[in-house]
Design a protein around this ligand. Structure first.
Ligand SMILES: *Cc1c(COP(=O)(O)O)cnc(C)c1O
Length: 374
């Protein structure tokens, strides 16, 4: 069987009847925008996350943008984010005329190095946007502590870690995305909870902020045709909500499947000293949106695996500060050697809910062959 980076078809087939029935009812009810499924899904997700509010929107990038818009920031205000992330995180900051200030990441967790945040804070700093990269929470207790010390807002980019849990030093456990002022997620098909198109959502525990987020996502209106603020049009389609409502029931089993696949990779690749395997931090559960290894010979290894019919991906090959669009826009007050190193060494192996033991054996054998292990 062909090895895929992602197997959405295989995942669909298993719950096809249930999904088809739900999609059918959307077609029959014909409430394609704002149908009951949108509210049902939002409420089910709020329960799942123990979040006071879940505000659906059109995609994860919009979620980040609307979150920033809700904070009443001014042009030139600064937002701190990790130097190693998907471009969307920095993109929305730049798009709103704000300044992305990059902070290096930790090599072990791929997440923002919180010890370096205080040094880059200026009078213009207004918010921190941690990204829970590859399925594991950033150090939220430190981030919350810094944010309250400097009066900053926290927007969590939780596009990759929906369903992950984070434990505060007090022992209290929270769902990723519900700890900061606003959490944002994406339901892009490849995400851990993916729909069959674009989708996204915002989470908050603050009633006033929830109202603002809802208003901004709906053309800045609370009462129809009365536009209070300049907003945008960002909605989750009913059909996508219907799909997500069903798939949410499987999210925990999907996470379990990903975690089991990660454990198997760890076992199979144990002792291959030329590569570094992903690590799990003590405070966070890992939901393995990606299983990402490090290799000094990353490009050669990728090519070798490709020749053997094994797809891999590089998330992310070009650090933000070297991207043509962001070079002139990002501010770097501390060097970012780890982000640069990661962009040259990361390699994500196939990771999805349908991976089989034999496929993972083949992948591990091929990696061992490359390094001439027996
Ligand atoms: C996927 C992703 C986004 C953007 O989500 P879209 O739904 O594709 O707009 C933002 N940040 C991170 C870290 C992501 O992985």
């Amino acid at each position: 069987m062909e090895i895929q980076m992602l197997d959405l078809k295989g995942q669909y087939i298993k719950i096809k009847e249930e999904l088809d029935r739900e999609i059918d009812s959307v077609l029959n009810e014909a409430q394609f925008i704002g149908g009951r499924q949108v509210y049902e899904f939002a409420s089910a997700l709020a329960d799942y996350l123990s979040s006071s509010h879940v505000i659906p929107c059109a995609n994860g990038t919009d979620a980040l943008q609307i979150a920033l818009m809700s904070l009443n920031l001014e042009r030139g205000d600064e937002v701190i984010l990790p130097a190693f992330t998907y471009a969307a995180t920095a993109e929305v900051v730049a798009l709103l005329g704000l300044t992305p200030v990059l902070v290096d990441v930790c090599e072990e967790s791929f997440n923002i190095d919180t010890s370096q945040i205080p040094a880059v804070i200026s009078e213009k700093t207004k918010a921190i946007m941690p990204v829970h990269l590859f399925g594991q929470s950033a150090e939220m207790s430190q981030i919350i502590e810094i944010a309250s010390r400097y009066h900053l807002k926290v927007i969590e980019d939780n596009a990759q870690a929906l369903g992950a849990k984070y434990q505060m030093p007090s022992g209290e456990e929270f769902s990723c995305g519900t700890i900061g002022d606003i959490g944002c997620t994406s339901f892009f098909p490849s995400k851990n909870l993916g729909c069959y198109g674009d989708g996204g959502a915002m989470f908050t525990q603050d009633d006033k902020l929830a109202e603002r987020l809802r208003m901004i996502a709906n053309h800045g209106q609370k009462v129809k045709y009365t536009h209070t603020v300049v907003g945008c049009n960002s909605r989750l389609d009913t059909i996508q909500a219907a799909i997500l409502k069903i798939k949410l029931n499987y999210l925990d089993s999907y996470i379990t499947a990903r975690r089991e696949a990660a454990t198997l990779y760890n076992d199979l690749l144990y002792g291959v000293s030329e590569i570094v395997l992903p690590k799990e931090m003590a405070e966070s559960t890992h939901v393995y949106h990606q299983y990402t290894i490090l290799s000094k010979r990353r490009d050669e290894l990728k090519e070798h695996l490709q020749k053997e019919g094994i797809p891999t991906m590089i998330y992310y090959p070009i650090p933000l500060q070297n991207q043509p669009a962001f070079k002139e826009r990002v501010v770097i007050r501390c060097e970012t050697p780890v982000a640069l190193k990661l962009s040259q060494e990361v390699l994500s192996l196939p990771m999805h809910t349908e991976l089989t033991y034999n496929q993972q054996m083949r992948i591990a054998d091929s990696i061992k062959k490359f390094y001439k292990h027996k």
